[in-house]
Design a protein around this ligand. Sequence first.
Ligand SMILES: Nc1nc2c(ncn2[C@@H]2O[C@H](COP(=O)(O)OP(=O)(O)OP(=O)(O)O)[C@@H](O)[C@H]2O)c(=O)[nH]1
Ligand SMILES: [Mg+2]
Length: 298
Amino acid sequence: MGFFTRLKDALKKTKANIGKKFFEMFKGKALDDEFYEALEMALITADAGVEATDQILEQLKWHTYQNKIRDPEKARDALKRVLLEQIQCEFPEYKYPLVLLISGVNGVGKTTTIGKLAKNFLDQGKSVIIAAADTFRAAASEQLEIWAERAGVRIVKHTEGSDPAAVVFDTISSAIAKNTDVVLVDTAGRLHNKKNLMEELKKIKRVISRTAPHADIRNFLVLDATMGQNSLSQAEAFDDDIEINGIILTKLDSTAKGGIVFALITELVIPVVYVGVGEKIDDLIPFDPESFVEGIFD
Ligand SMILES: Nc1nc2c(ncn2[C@@H]2O[C@H](COP(=O)(O)OP(=O)(O)OP(=O)(O)O)[C@@H](O)[C@H]2O)c(=O)[nH]1
Ligand SMILES: [Mg+2]
């Protein structure tokens, strides 16, 4: 199955929520206040957030006015264009060696995503090593080890309770020695308001830049799409502390509120890089704005 079909599948719930409303709205009615109210409601209930919703409405009004669109059928295409414009973001051009630091609050899907990323890079012919820098609990590195085995990549782990920055140091040293292309760093789930845990993450980040100064280093934040608007404050806090370059939005398949993508990109101005569309190793796809917009329409 191609990326688009899988994204479309994952967006079924969101589409049932938002797409159906779009369909009703565009059925032969006029582009009046009632129409715009219905659009506003559709976007807000899909968690697109007030800011993105306001901008989308304004853009659509402007667009239909400029192009003298009065027919709701034609407004549908205009809305597609406006929605697409709202979530434009470029997929990063990676350079190798590449280090991806993966962080996020508890249970959002960091470890699973690392497994999927490992497979993804392997499929592109890259060599991969994983740093088990969630030393908080023993089960964490065991879980990661299963993913590493599944993907068929190396993993560096220390004992429970050891310094995660030391795991990262060892992993990068091994990557340098073996000329490995990609280092994936799994970290413990942490609440963004826990100062000491955020300090630990900053330390990991410092160790990465010190030990891999010539690498392409990216800090990706994993957010759980089912958490809706809560993920915005998480992202802001992580961004303040470690400067986030990209978002991985997981569990898009488990929510009807995929509209969160609009809120994230509009309010944070951080690109969404990948979306998680299931629990299996191939269920991670590069974010493509066009497929996303197509996926929520009928
Ligand atoms: N449906 C669905 N489930 C997902 C996705 N990504 C992760 N999960 C599930 O989310 C749960 C938590 O995943 P983990 O990878 O353990 O999350 P984590 O962020 O590493 O958790 P901690 O290390 O405890 O902070 C697991 O049951 C995963 O299978 C996804 O894209 N879709
Ligand atoms: Mg984990």
